[in-house]
Every structure is written in C-alpha cells, then in structure tokens.
Design a protein around this ligand. Structure first.
Ligand code: ADP
Length: 618
C-alpha cells in the first residue's frame, strides 16, 4: 500500500479522501489556494502546501505547482478527486512520469472516453447498446439534415467535445434543424474549440441510470450496481439514489453487464461510471437503455453505492492503485436496502438559483444522516469554486424509509446568512410524484412552481417571529397571552419584520413551533431573519419596506440613474445590478428623496449590502 498521498482537490472530496487515507494509515498532503488556507480539509491533512491564488486556473489547475508540492512533501501518490484535473490525461501522464502513483483512470481510457462520438463508436464495436443516432465524419449540413430526418424527431444535436450540458440542442421538426445546427456549432466552437456534432434520437421520459464499475491491474472488472440520477436541474444532478426505482433483476443484469463490457473495452483500471439514458415511458426495460458516456473518475454521488454495498470506494481506489487486486469478486457483492443523497448548494432558489456567497455565520447539519461536507461554521463561501456545501446521505431498509429519513434530516438544516437550496430539497423529497418514484430528468422543470420556496414566510414562521418578539419584551409571554384569551378586547396583533418585510401577526401561541436563534428562524430548511419593526415603515403588509434598497444578489452595478437628494417617484428605476448574465433593475418603493447613495457604477457588491436609501415624504 502507498504510504503517502497528495490530494489535488479541495473541500468535501478532499476531506472524504483524507478520512479513508487516515484510516488506512496513509500520510495525507493537502494542497490549497490562498482563499482556502483556513478550510477544514487543510487542517485535517497531515501536511498542507499553498499552490497559488484563489482562481482555480492559478491553483487547483496548475499541474506544475501540484507536482512541485508532491516533490517537496515527498508524496508517493496523487488522488485527483473529481472535477479539476481528474479527467486530464496529460496530468495523469505527468504524475506517472514523476514516478508517482496516479489514483485515477489510465490516460488511454480517459482519452478513449473523452470525445462523445469516438466513445460511442467504440462502444458499438464492443456490443454496448448506444442511443440510435448519427456519429459520422461527414459533417455537411445536408448530410446531417438527412440523418436527422431519418432518425425521426425530436432529435438532440450534441457537440462531440461537449460537457456539462453545454453544446446541446433539442430539435422538434425538420424545418427547425438547420437553424439549431448552426447555433449548436457556434456554441461548440466557442466553448470547446471543436464544432463537430453528433445527432441522437431525443429520448422521451428520459431517466439517467448509471453503473459504478471498478477494474484492477490484473484485468478484472466488476460492477457495484446502478444509481438513478434523474433528478436534475439544467443537467446538474440534485438528488441521487441507489438502487433505481422500478429496476427489475433482468434489466439490472442487462445494464450492469453492458457497463462491465464498456469498461473492459477500454482496459479500465480504478473507479469509473458508465452513464446510460433510459426511455422510461413504459417503465425501465432492458431494450430501452443506452450508453451515454463514461466518467473516468470517482463520482460525487459515490456514497449511495457505498451505503447499499457496505464498501468504501476510496479504499478500493487506493488498494487498486497500489497494485492490489479488486477487494471483492462480483458474486461477493450485493445490495442491502436503499440509499439516497441530496446535494446542498449555496444558492438561492428564489433568485433563479444564483450562487450565494459570504460567511457561514450559522451552520447546523443533522446528526441523523451521513454528511460529507466541505465547510464548517465560520467558513467563507467564495465565488471561486463549485457552490456545493455538503452532501446529505440516508440509508434505510426501503425507499420510503430512506426518503423520509433524508427529508426529515434536510428539514433540520440551518444555514445563515448564506442562502441554500435546503427548502427546495425538502419540497422535492416530499413531492407525491417523487415519493411514488415517478422521476425523470424533466421532474424539476415540470414541478418548478411547487418546488421553489415562495418569498413569503409560512404562517408558522410568522407566529414564531411574533412570539419571540413578545418573549423579548416580557419573559412571561405565556401569561400575557393567556390574558389575551381571557379578554378578547385586547389586541393580540404583533408587528414584526420577517425577511425585511413588515407583517402584522395575529398571535396564536399553539402554532409557534419553529426554532429561533439570534434573530433568525429556521423552518424546513429555510432561514428567515426577523426583527421588531424599524422606524419609517410605510405600512404593514404593503410590501414597500423602509426605503432601504439592498443588493438582492452578489453582482456588479451596471447603472445608477439617481443622485443623493433626488426626488423620486414610486416605481422609478434607481440602480441596475448584473450577476451571472442576469440583470435586475431596482426601483423606488415609494415616493420620496434619495437620502443615501452607496452604489457606484462598475463596483462589485455583496448580497444584502445597502445600495440606496429612500426617505418618504412627510
Ligand atoms: P454532458 O456531457 O454535457 O453532460 P450528456 O450527453 O451526458 O452531456 O447529457 C447530459 C444530459 O442530457 C443527460 O443526463 C440527459 O438528462 C440529457 N440527455 C442526453 N442525451 C439525451 C437524449 N438522447 N435524449 C434525451 N435527453 C438526453
């Protein structure tokens, strides 16, 4: 077994790898950007070396600096985690050229699976079912049009070098094909420097089924069953589970055998995932599951496979990289129960899932679940990296038990002031269609209205805020409220600001069951700030606030159309802010005067910072 390991990654996956390496008695070396110097993975490694400034291209993607850190620390092996350099064949070769052990896929396998059309041609030759389509070299628009017409609409045009859901166009009918092709090519050439495309039949009711495989240096390959990752938002996985709902033994055998064949075809060594797309319009069927692509690395969602098989996949990776054979043979592997993972992101569902950054002043994650987290309370969420905060994983005897356990756990998530998708996850996990296992890749888009938490607090939240304020005023609030009941004449209404908006709440102490802490309320994964009403409010429930206009998201000020002292009318545009190519115009909430102007053109602002304050007339 290797005796020391450098982890060329950060956050959650770096901690995950360190955990197993420590248990195996392997010395761990972290590398980190300047922005990550204080993070948990840096503290938890036996040794840590800085490799450059915050942007990934200056640190985590700098092959030379990572190799230099390996030399300096005397590391014997490098684990790339996922993302960053994990599927970079040149880096794998450079690591091995240094005489180090590469805990990743063989460079030849990474290359073979790198381009979609070449990978698919190879799979067809190996006898793996591939989505019906056109993978040819003739890229003339006339030929592509003819092929699309022959496949039958809808079709999907995909850039052969595409990834991350980019460079794909769904085309509904022959007449739209030429325009879609041209636009797909433009995107492919600007994003990937390669404008070649392939055409596939568009699968209706598509489900994303993937199979975990492992190969060793003796040429043995096993599978560790399937995962269902159909719950996606814009082709990004959100909730994953294993096994796949509705998978029967025959279909499982077919898809898992196809995955083993695929891995063998590229002489695979280490952890890999074969992704398939299934037409689930009539349930899962062996003749309607097709190869999509292979990920030549460990996957984010590997914990659900660990839970149902009882195996540690990082341990498997380290043993195989050290030259040991596969820890178990195929007939020693079986499925126990059900497992599900939810990805907790620092993002705000209410603003179209814009990433949310800032300090995690308050962070509580449930102790009833397996938590693979990259952050701790007090850590900073920076705009430089993936916004995933943690993975929450449940394991139970049945799917129903597993979903309920996960949902209950996510309800207890408390994060403030950074926004998270916890409330969104709770709604997805509690949705009747999800509970029934009726998921496909269109689920989130179809149910968006039910899943995105409304900007308005629930009654339970208002009750809790009002009760907490009463308690502050008089510790013996229950006696006070009992008094209310005796005398109906007394006003039981309490004015309170929740989420910066004023409300007048009819207090009913029986309903106040929400946890409150330091002016924040936590309810079903969502966080609400509350306070006694501030002076200057122009009316409860009117939604006009106190005239303080704060940045609704982190971004750049792209227009300022007022100056201090200006008289403004309600609805008049004041400032425009842009983030992630989205523009938002902030307007005057009421007639008044610009009392303060903090925003200046071109400046970067953090979410919640005061931009302008309007004082009402009179
Ligand atoms: P990328 O490499 O950009 O992630 P993929 O080829 O893996 O692209 O596809 C991404 C997602 O697009 C899949 O998970 C699936 O949801 C959807 N998809 C891909 N191919 C098809 C298809 N033929 N029909 C319907 N949906 C598809």
């Amino acid at each position: 077994m290797i005796e020391s390991l450098l982890i060329a990654n950060r956050g959650e996956i770096a901690r995950r790898i360190i955990r197993t390496a420590k248990w195996l008695g392997i010395r761990t070396i972290a590398v980190h950007s300047d922005a990550d110097a204080g993070m948990a993975f840096v503290r938890e490694a036996d040794e840590a070396l800085p490799i450059g400034p915050a942007p990934a291209r200056d640190s985590y993607l700098r092959q030379d600096r990572i190799l230099e850190a390996a030399r300096r620390s005397g590391a014997r092996a490098i684990h790339p985690g996922y993302g960053f350099l994990s599927e970079n064949a040149e880096f794998a070769e450079a690591v091995m050229a240094e005489g180090l052990v590469w805990v990743g896929a063989p460079p030849a396998a990474i290359r073979a699976m790198g381009l979609k059309h070449a990978a698919k041609q190879r799979m067809i030759a190996a006898g793996v079912p591939v989505t019906p389509g056109y993978l040819g070299d003739d890229q003339s628009p006339e030929r592509l049009q003819r092929e699309a017409d022959a496949i039958g609409y809808p079709v999907l045009v995909k850039a052969v070098a595409g990834g991350g859901g980019k460079g794909m166009r769904r085309v509904e009918r022959s007449a739209d094909f030429a325009v879609a092709l041209a636009s797909c090519r433009r995107e492919a050439s600007s994003s990937f420097g390669d404008d070649r495309v392939l055409i596939e039949k568009y699968i209706l009711s598509p489900r994303h089924i993937e199979v975990q495989v492992f190969g060793d240096s003796k040429g043995q390959v096993v599978h560790l069953f399937e995962r269902d990752c159909s719950l996606q938002r814009r082709h990004q996985k959100v909730i994953e589970e294993a096994p796949a709902p509705g998978m029967d033994a025959l279909t499982r055998d077919a898809v898992c055998q196809a995955a083993v064949k695929a891995a063998r075809a590229v002489n695979y060594i280490g952890a890999g995932t074969i992704e398939f797309i299934a037409d689930a319009s009539e349930g899962l069927r062996a003749d309607r599951i097709w190869f999509m692509e292979m990920n030549t690395r460990l996957q984010v969602e590997h914990p659900v496979t660990e839970a149902i098989t009882g195996q540690d996949l990082v341990e498997w990776q380290l043993r195989i990289a050290s030259g040991e054979p596969l820890p178990l043979a195929q007939d020693q592997l079986s499925i126990t129960g059900w497992a599900m993972e939810a990805r907790l992101y620092a993002e705000n569902p209410a603003t179209g899932f814009l990433p949310s950054i800032g300090r995690l002043d308050h962070l509580r994650l449930p102790d009833t679940l397996r938590i693979d987290s990259g952050v701790e309370e007090g850590d900073e969420v920076t705009p430089h990296y993936d916004p995933m905060l943690a993975k929450l994983i449940s394991h139970g005897a049945s799917r129903q038990e597993t979903v309920h356990k996960l949902c209950d756990g996510v309800r207890k998530v408390e994060i403030w002031p950074v926004h998270s998708n916890a409330g969104f996850l709770v709604r997805a996990l509690a949705h009747p269609d999800f509970l029934a296992g009726a998921v496909d890749t269109g689920f989130i888009e179809r149910h968006a209205k039910d899943l995105v938490p409304p900007g308005k607090p629930a009654e339970a939240v208002l009750q809790a805020a009002a009760t907490a304020l009463l308690q502050k005023r008089s510790p013996d609030v229950w006696a006070m409220l009992a008094g209310f009941r005796l005398n109906a004449e007394i006003d039981r209404r309490v004015a309170v600001d929740v989420g910066k908006w004023p409300y007048l709440v009819q207090v009913n102490p029986a309903q106040a069951t929400v946890r409150t802490e330091n002016g924040v309320l936590f309810h079903d994964g969502e966080a609400w700030e509350f306070a006694a009403p501030r002076a200057g409010h122009s009316g409860y429930g009117s939604g006009s606030g106190d005239g303080a206009i704060v940045a609704p998201m982190p971004g750049i000020i792209i227009a300022v159309s007022v100056a201090e002292g200006d008289v403004v009318k309600r609805g008049q545009p004041l400032i425009a802010i842009e983030a992630m190519k989205m523009e938002q115009v902030l307007q005057a909430p009421f007639d008044g005067t610009v009392a303060e102007l903090k925003a200046c053109l071109g400046s970067q602002v953090v979410e919640g910072s005061l931009l302008v304050r309007i004082e009402g007339e009179g």
